[in-house]
Write a protein that binds this ligand. Structure first.
Ligand SMILES: NC(=O)c1ccc[n+]([C@@H]2O[C@H](COP(=O)([O-])OP(=O)(O)OC[C@H]3O[C@@H](n4cnc5c(N)ncnc54)[C@H](O)[C@@H]3O)[C@@H](O)[C@H]2O)c1
Length: 442
C-alpha cells in the first residue's frame, strides 16, 4: 500500500497527512474548505502547530490536496477520515460529517475496482462503526466489508502543540477492525510511521470505541485529582502540591504524567470526551460517577479561582492582567479554555481585565469585548495591579522582574517557581500554602 488519502485537513488530519508523506507514502489530502486547500497547496499551514509549516515544506512533493473525493479515493488504496465529530446537546458526538464522508467514499468505491481500506481517526461514540460507518459504506458502494474493502477505527492520542511528536511516538496504537486483513494493513502503516517500535492493540470496533473514550476519561480524572490536591495544599501550612505529585507520580500504579495541580483541563477533546463517556454509560443504564465528579471538579476550578481573586487579592478598582488564555501552551486554541473562562469570569465581576497570550492577537472574535487584548507581555504587566499566570507559556519566564515585583502575582501553574523575583512578597501560587501569607489586595 503506497498511496493514501486523508479526508479532513484540520488540526489532526493535516498533521497526519504530513506525517504519512514524511513516512514515504504518496498522500492526497481532501477538505471541503476551498480556502484551506488553497493555502496548503501553496505549502503553508492554515493552522498553528509547532513544526507543521516546515514539515509541509519538506513533504511538498509527496502531498497534494483537492476538494474532489472521487479523485482522492480512486487514485489511492486507503482513505483516512479525520473530520469533526462535534458534541451534540446530549453530550454525544455527532456523526453528521462522518456520514457525509462515508456516502462520498462509498459512491467512489462503487466505481473503483480492487480493494480499498477506510480508516476512521475521528473520535466516535461506541456503536458508530458497526451501526453507521460500515452499513453506509456497504449501502453506497454496493460492496461487502471484509471482502471488497476493509474498515478500521484508529483514533489518535495526541495533544495539540505536540501533535507531530505524538503521531511519531505514541505509547500505543489502537485499532478496531472489520477483519484481520484491514487490521494488518493499519498496523503496517502505523508501524512505518513509528519505525515499528510501538505496541499495536487490535480489537473489535466497540472495544476500540470504548477504549478511546476511557483514555481521556481516565486522564481527566488524574488532572481533577491533582487539582483537588492543589486545593488541599493551599489550606495546609507549608503545603506544596508539586512536592506531593512529584513523589506519588513515581509510584508506577499512579504515574507522573498529567498529574499537575493547576486550573483544570480544557481544549476540544478532554472535557467533551470525558462527558461523552458519562453519556454513553447513562445510555446503557449506568452512572459513571467518576467521570461526572471529574467534570464537576474541573468546572469548579474556574469559579474558585475567580472567587479567590475577588476575596483575597483585589479591590473593586484592581486592574487584572491574565497572562495566557489558550487552553494550554504552544497552541492558539481557545476552545473550553479554563484560562479564558477565568479572564471572562473576572470581567463579568466588573474588573478591568487585560490579557496577553503569545498566540492570540488583538481583535480575536472569541474573546469578549469587555477584555482588552495586549500586544506584548510588558504592556499587559504594566497595565495591571495583579498578574494571573493562567497558561504557562515558556515566554513568561522572560517577564521583566523589575516590573513584576511591584505587582501581586497569582501563578496558577507555579511557572515562575524557583525563578520568582527575589524580593517578591506578593507572589502567590495555586497549590501552595495560602494560610501563612497575609491577605493582600492590589
Ligand atoms: N485535534 C486533536 O488533537 C484531536 C486529537 C484526537 C482526536 N481528534 C478527533 O479528530 C477529529 C478531527 O478533529 P480536528 O481537531 O482535526 O478537527 P478540525 O475542526 O480542526 O478539522 C476538521 C477538518 O475537516 C474538514 N471537514 C469537515 N467536514 C468535511 C467533509 N464532509 N469532507 C471533508 N472535510 C471535511 C473541515 O473543513 C476541517 O478542515 C475529531 O473527531 C476529534 O475529536 C482530534
Amino acid at each position: 500500500m503506497q498511496k493514501i488519502s486523508v479526508v479532513g485537513l484540520g488540526k489532526l488530519g493535516l498533521c497526519l497527512a504530513a506525517i504519512l508523506a514524511e513516512s514515504g507514502y504518496d498522500v492526497i489530502g481532501v477538505d471541503i474548505d476551498q480556502e484551506k486547500v488553497q493555502t496548503i497547496a501553496r505549502g503553508r499551514s492554515p493552522i498553528y502547530e509547532p513544526g507543521l509549516d516546515s514539515l509541509l515544506r519538506s513533504t511538498r512533493s509527496a502531498l497534494s490536496v483537492t476538494t474532489d473525493f472521487g479523485e482522492a479515493v480512486s487514485r489511492t488504496q486507503a482513505t483516512f477520515v479525520v473530520v469533526p465529530t462535534p458534541s451534540e446537546k446530549s453530550g454525544e458526538f455527532s456523526l453528521k460529517h462522518i456520514k457525509a464522508v462515508m456516502r462520498e467514499v462509498g459512491r467512489a468505491l462503487a466505481k473503483k475496482p480492487g480493494y480499498h481500506l477506510i480508516v476512521v481517526n475521528s473520535t466516535v461514540m461506541p456503536g458508530s462503526m458497526d451501526g453507521v460507518v460500515l452499513p453506509t459504506l456497504e449501502r453506497e458502494s454496493g460492496k461487502i466489508a471484509g471482502k471488497h474493502f476493509g474498515v478500521c477505527y484508529n483514533p489518535e492520542f495526541v495533544a495539540l502543540g505536540d501533535v507531530l511528536r505524538g503521531l511519531r511516538n505514541p505509547d500505543f496504537v489502537l485499532v478496531g477492525e472489520s477483519d484481520s486483513k484491514a487490521g494488518d494493513l493499519v498496523a503496517g502503516i502505523q508501524g512505518r510511521i513509528c519505525a515499528g517500535k510501538v505496541p499495536v492493540e487490535r480489537m473489535s470496533f466497540v472495544n476500540a470505541e470504548v477504549a478511546k473514550m476511557a483514555v481521556n476519561s481516565f486522564v481527566t480524572m488524574k488532572m481533577s485529582f491533582a487539582n483537588t490536591l492543589a486545593e488541599i495544599c493551599e489550606r495546609v501550612a507549608g503545603g506544596d502540591v508539586d512536592k506531593i505529585t512529584n513523589a506519588i507520580g513515581k509510584d508506577k500504579r499512579i504515574g507522573g504524567t498529567y498529574l499537575k495541580g493547576g486550573i483544570g483541563y480544557g481544549g476540544p477533546c478532554f472535557p467533551r470526551d470525558n462527558m461523552a463517556f458519562a453519556v454513553f454509560a447513562k445510555k446503557i443504564g449506568l452512572k459513571a460517577e467518576l467521570a461526572l465528579a471529574t467534570d464537576r471538579t474541573n468546572k469548579r476550578q474556574v469559579t474558585r479561582i475567580v472567587k479567590l481573586i475577588e476575596d483575597r487579592f483585589s479591590s473593586p478598582s484592581t486592574r487584572i492582567g491574565v497572562l495566557g488564555v489558550t487552553y494550554k501552551p504552544n497552541t492558539d486554541v481557545l476552545d473550553s479554555s479554563q484560562a479564558l473562562m477565568v479572564a471572562e469570569g473576572l470581567a463579568k465581576k466588573g474588573f478591568e481585565v487585560h490579557v496577553y497570550d503569545p498566540a492570540v492577537s488583538q481583535g480575536n472574535p472569541v474573546i469578549s469585548s469587555g477584555i482588552q487584548i495586549e500586544q506584548d507581555l510588558d504592556s499587559c504587566v504594566e497595565k495591571s495591579d495583579l498578574c494571573v499566570i493562567a497558561t504557562p507559556w515558556d515566554a513568561f519566564d522572560k517577564i521583566d522582574r523589575s516590573k513584576i515585583t511591584k505587582r501581586i502575582v497569582l501563578d496558577c501553574w507555579r511557572a515562575l517557581k524557583g525563578n520568582e523575583p527575589g524580593d517578591i512578597s506578593s507572589y502567590f501560587a495555586l497549590g501552595q500554602d495560602m494560610t501563612s501569607k497575609k491577605v493582600v489586595s492590589a
